[in-house]
Design a protein around this ligand. Structure first.
Ligand SMILES: Nc1ncnc2c1ncn2[C@@H]1O[C@H](COP(=O)(O)OP(=O)(O)OP(=O)(O)O)[C@@H](O)[C@H]1O
Length: 319
């Protein structure tokens, strides 16, 4: 289940402002990938380009053998059915109950009878832990619940790909932890391809199979989580450790001399990041978040759990 997305040589600009150029990566089918990057580096623009809402200047986005960037509106509509999108604020209709919000795509895009719609809506609400809240209005529930309702709505058409636009924005750390667990559990249950755009370093360290980083109008790196977490690339190390020292500045990129001096200080051990050292890995690679007990693990997740048990015997003793 889940489909691969192959991005090749993608470039996007608005007028004379280049957002990113020559981005190439493959989101493997059924895996979880995270895209990181400082504010304004074009992560949301990237998501919109994948679903064909924005046209790139150059390059291709291949999904199930079709190039999204070249499709006519009618064919694009077909490809979009493969996607579920969780928008930042859940994008719920304020005057509709959660039930009607979640039922909305089914009523718009299918001819299913109400009895079938009810079965699907309640199934997805149960999956995200919202059973019993059917009649609530979006304004009556917490931000975390709104995200989960948005997620249930993204699931009703059984997508092969789910895009999450900053799922953790505006949530406290405990809610973020619950949401991350839900994302991992969902992946184990439905095996769709997940792409998460986030600023949250803790999530990026624990949740994905793959991490990408956009910076200075380029994709600096994209690859397996362990590789990025162990990388000595200065931008990757700075971002994954949330440090001030490094190429990423407050509003703009810093000048080269300042970056060099800061990195030299880091090397000398004057400024240690949260994990205490050079490179993104610090004291070691963070353990991977595994599906909750009671959720059947697909062979893919069984392999991940075994790998984790070998690398972190204490943290995942029960895996
Ligand atoms: N439709 C548009 N027309 C013109 N410029 C746009 C458009 N959409 C986005 N931009 C510009 O593209 C740049 C990247 O925006 P984007 O929202 O993708 O960044 P981001 O990495 O998602 O940021 P954040 O992390 O703060 O959400 C910004 O400078 C933004 O102003």
């Amino acid at each position: 289940m889940g489909v691969e997305i192959r991005v090749e040589g993608l470039t996007k600009s608005f007028g004379r402002q280049v957002i990113w150029q020559d981005v190439s990566l493959t989101l493997p089918a059924g895996e979880i990938s995270v895209m990181l990057g400082p504010s304004g580096t074009g992560k949301s623009v990237f998501l919109k380009t994948l679903v064909g809402l924005l046209k790139p200047d150059r390059g291709s986005v291949l999904i199930a053998g079709r190039d999204v960037t070249r499709l006519r509106e009618r064919d694009l509509y077909e490809v979009r059915k493969l996607f579920g999108v969780l928008f930042q604020d859940g994008a719920l209709f304020g005057s509709m109950s959660l039930y009607d919000n979640i039922a909305f795509p089914l009523r718009e895009h299918t001819r299913k009878p109400e009895s079938e719609i009810k079965r699907i809506v309640l199934e997805k609400m149960e999956l995200v832990g919202l059973l019993g809240a059917e009649e609530k209005l979006p304004g009556e529930i917490s931000g975390g619940m709104r995200k989960r309702a948005g997620l249930a709505r993204a699931l009703v058409l059984d997508p092969e790909i789910i895009l999450f636009d900053e799922p953790d924005s505006g949530l406290d750390p405990v809610r973020v932890a619950y949401l991350n667990q839900l994302i991992v559990d969902l992946n184990a249950q439905i095996d769709a391809t997940f792409l998460i755009v986030t600023h949250d370093i803790a999530s990026a360290r624990q949740v994905p199979d793959n991490i990408g980083l956009l910076f200075r109008r380029e994709l600096v790196m994209f690859g397996p989580r362990e590789k990025l977490l162990a990388s000595d690339e200065p931008v990757v190390g700075q971002f994954l450790n949330g440090r001030m020292q490094g190429p990423i500045g407050m509003a703009e990129e810093k000048d080269a001399a300042q970056v060099e001096q800061e990195l030299a200080e880091l090397d000398a051990g004057n400024h240690r990041g949260p994990k205490g050292g050079k490179g993104a890995s610090g004291a070691g690679v963070t353990p991977r978040l595994l599906p909750s007990d009671g959720i059947a693990r697909s062979p893919r997740w069984q392999a991940i759990a075994q790998r984790e048990a070998r690398s972190h015997p204490h943290e995942v003793a029960d895996a």
